[in-house]
Design a protein around this ligand. Structure first.
Ligand SMILES: Cc1cc2nc3c(=O)[nH]c(=O)nc-3n(C[C@H](O)[C@H](O)[C@H](O)COP(=O)(O)O)c2cc1C
Length: 337
């Protein structure tokens, strides 16, 4: 694999520092520490991209230094206004969104967000999307220069709400592979690919990405859906379709995390309907390394910390001293005799 020499040299030096300063261990009797590549997370709790503001919006509710990591809203090269409103709508067991990657762009991220997270003792995972392979390259190489704050890069390869660089474009296998290969050649930081079943055979794609050097997978992004206003006879959202998230997609997400973890040796960040500690524990039992809380943040702003407390309580009650004893402990059902 090709990698810029300087990037590799810088990376080795940083690994040691990362392990030391990335995070202080979580206090309490249960060891929730999680490690992926060279990044140490004090616990497995993180936030799903796009559901936790962009900087300090959740500060009144959540001390982010208690989280295992923060995953940012998708950052693009140029600022994006997003799709016209209405662009969110409630569904029976979740929500539809068609935000369309609204964000202030890379320059703003460097000038405004990096200085904020620099002062926080929490690993930052930056989620990015490009309209072309070159844009992905530029985002990855620029963000790698901020490795004292940026501990990982999550490639959003599965946004259902944009035309260029969205899930439809990524259905072409060579496009997705080209982006991941390019990103890999630009960074030695923990590199994560965020996928959804909308891309095609997710298990097969996961295998291909593993073989070209991805470090971890984020499973799953939203599933494309829609809602109709029968009085007006039109979609409840301006863009007609949107991404379905929340409890409605949890069984689908759980199935993919289970199958990917069973088939490949690859760390997985799970997202999809994690609303309670039991939801998060289900993902951990099938092998998830981190669990990302998304839609639940809109229902209950303290959801991440409530879930974290619930996981600790479950471990104490069940005499689990170390989360690794629980992670991946799923037992296949025995056929009835
Ligand atoms: C309002 C909203 C905005 C989102 N924005 C992004 C985004 O910018 N980038 C991304 O990769 N995923 C985005 N997602 C997907 C979430 O990160 C998550 O993968 C998905 O919602 C499933 O988790 P959940 O069911 O817990 O919400 C968004 C989801 C919602 C609900």
């Amino acid at each position: 694999m090709k990698m810029n020499k300087n990037v590799r040299k810088q990376g080795k030096k940083q690994i040691k520092t990362n392990l030391m300063r990335c995070c202080r261990p979580d206090s309490g009797s249960v060891d929730l520490t999680t490690r992926i590549k060279d990044v140490v997370f004090r616990n497995p709790l993180t936030v799903a991209s796009g559901t936790f503001g962009t900087k300090d919006e959740y500060a009144p509710f959540v001390d982010i230094e208690r989280l295992g990591a923060v995953i940012t809203k998708t950052i693009t090269v140029k600022p994006r206004r997003g799709n016209p409103m209405p662009r969110i709508c409630e569904a029976a067991a979740g929500m539809l969104n068609a935000i369309g990657l609204q964000n202030k762009g890379l320059q703003d991220f460097i000038e405004d967000k990096i200085p904020y997270f620099e002062k926080k003792d929490v690993p930052l995972i930056v989620n990015i999307a490009g309209e072309s392979t070159d844009e992905f390259r530029m985002l990855v190489s620029t963000l790698t220069k901020y490795r004292h704050v940026v501990k990982a890069i999550e490639l959003n390869l599965s946004c259902p709400n944009v035309e260029k660089g969205g899930v439809s474009a990524m259905r072409k296998r060579d496009v997705i592979l080209d982006i991941v290969r390019t990103a890999r050649s630009e960074t030695d930081l923990l590199l994560i690919a965020k996928l959804s079943p909308e891309l095609g055979d997710l298990i097969e794609i996961a295998g291909e990405l593993v073989s070209i050097g991805i470090d971890a997978l984020s499973l799953i992004n939203t599933l494309k859906g829609m809602a109709v206003d029968v009085r007006k006879r039109c979609s409840k959202m301006a863009k007609i379709t949107g991404g379905l998230s929340g409890p409605a997609i949890k069984p689908v997400a759980l199935r993919y995390v289970y199958e990917v973890k069973k088939k490949y040796k690859i760390p997985v960040i799970a997202s999809g309907g994690i609303m309670t500690a039991i939801d998060a524990l289900e993902f951990l039992v099938v092998g998830a390394d981190l669990v990302a809380v998304g839609t639940a943040n809109f229902v209950q702003p303290t959801a991440t910390l409530d879930i974290l407390d619930g996981i600790k309580e479950f471990c104490v009650q069940n005499h689990i001293a170390c989360l690794d004893d629980l992670r991946g402990s799923f037992k296949e059902n025995r056929p009835a005799t």
